[in-house]
Design a protein. Structure first.
Length: 418
């Protein structure tokens, strides 16, 4: 399959440019500094957007005034130095052409990729398979995996896209990351009197998940880990989804990422991950993540929740699925703070989110959303355009890229399950 080359496709639509950047880095920094005192993150984002827009409008007025003044001054000079016009024209042309050269490259360097800072990665310990006993596998870090419900789909095969040129890689077969889910299934109170109901719910759920090949792994409420879809195969867990690490963009994570589901409901959250998952589930997720990261060399920044990657390309909004929109115990699972990673769909493709999405986050805005918004403001300024125009251009590029042949191979497995 041919790769997508930005140099030869409509994706090269230039970012709309003004002759000079309207808002300087210094102004952006000043706005950010002023915004820092606003506690509420949504209000802070709105303040930054409003302020930058006001600065841009003022800058436009200044540019217009300067242009008019310069035109008048030039007319006066023309009258005074008519006799020297030809000589001056030649000189002016020579001078005018000099600044054109650097205009073919970005006038300012786009701020360095903030994911690099976050991804100063947390190393996974080396974990190995110790022994198999019937359907049970035992690993060196205490992990036990039960294969009683093991099924298969088709062998994993996907292409990643390089972050700079969006060109497709060769076909990959190793998972690049992990998406954590909640099953959103029926929950019984977690207490001894409910023991048989808890067990029955768990087994019914596993049978359903195996039938539909929904996740690679399920962690039941007692912290038992079941492998449901073979690690070599894709599973129907992520639907339409996007993520990016330092080097690659991943589209359709059913193929490229492993799915790990907690038997749990995000809706029952009261602000504490222990109210969503049991202690045993969190401990199980830690040893499972250690094994998978060790086996496939998965970076911590590629261990994410479904809410962080799920998108709706029709509405260009985040959060088609919102499981683990908040309170995923990243630190306890040994993954730092995954909510800090800038959301790739925002910074690369101009996706947005609405109040319903923020509500699913338990009214907390992830640091990753704030960082992504700030990055958009800086990049729009660096390209000499407004945030809204910049976002629109990103969306056009995304649609062209998504419609291209290179992403087609991931589409069949990206269809959202009901
Ligand atoms: Zn999910």
């Amino acid at each position: 399959m041919p790769s997508v080359c930005l140099a030869r496709t409509p994706l090269t639509d230039p970012i709309p440019r003004e002759p000079e950047p309207l808002v300087s880095d210094a102004v952006v920094r000043l706005v950010e500094k002023r915004a820092a005192v606003i506690d509420d993150e949504v209000a802070r984002l709105r303040f930054v957007r409003r302020s930058i827009a006001a600065h841009e409008a003022a800058a436009r007025r200044r540019v217009s005034f300067l242009r008019r003044s310069f035109a008048a001054h030039r007319a006066s000079r023309r009258r005074l130095y008519l006799s020297l016009r030809i000589v001056f024209m030649a000189l002016l042309l020579a001078v005018a052409l000099v600044p054109e050269a650097p205009r073919t490259v970005p006038r300012r360097t786009v701020p360095s990729n903030p994911v690099r800072r976050i991804a100063a990665d947390i190393a996974a310990p080396g974990v190995w398979l110790v022994e198999r006993q019937a359907t049970i596998e035992i690993y060196s870090n205490g992990l036990r995996v039960d294969n009683e419900f093991l099924t298969s789909t088709r062998a994993r095969a996907y292409r990643a896209f390089d972050r700079l040129g969006w060109r497709a890689s060769a076909v990959k077969t190793q998972p690049a990351g992990i998406v954590f889910h909640t099953t959103e299934s029926r929950m019984a109170p977690f207490e001894p009197s409910q023991n048989s109901r808890l067990q029955r719910n768990g087994r019914n759920l596993l049978a359903y998940i195996a039938q539909h090949r929904l996740y690679h792994f399920v962690i039941d409420r007692f912290g038992r880990i079941f492998r449901v879809v073979a690690e070599t195969d894709y599973a129907n867990h992520a639907g339409q989804s996007i993520w990016a690490d330092e080097g690659n963009i991943y589209w359709g994570l059913n193929q490229s990422f492993l799915g790990v589901a907690f038997e749990a409901q995000t809706e029952t959250q009261t602000g504490d991950s222990n109210d969503i998952a049991t202690r045993a589930q969190i401990d199980a997720a830690r040893v499972l993540a250690e094994m998978l990261r060790s086996k496939y060399h998965v970076a911590a920044m590629n261990c994410v929740t479904h809410a962080q990657v799920s998108v709706n390309p029709q509405t260009m909004r985040l959060g088609y699925h919102t499981d683990w929109a908040a309170n995923f115990p990243f630190r306890e699972v040994g993954l730092g703070n995954g909510y800090e990673t800038p959301i790739a769909a925002l910074t690369l493709f101009g996706f947005d989110y609405d109040s319903a999405f923020l509500q699913a986050n338990g009214r907390r805005v992830w640091q990753g959303l704030v960082t992504a918004e700030e990055q958009l403001v800086r990049e729009a300024a660096a390209h000499g355009t407004t945030v809204e125009l910049y976002r629109r251009t990103l969306r056009q590029r995304f649609r062209a890229w998504k419609a291209s042949e290179a992403t087609a191979s991931t589409e069949d497995a990206a269809a959202d399950r009901p």
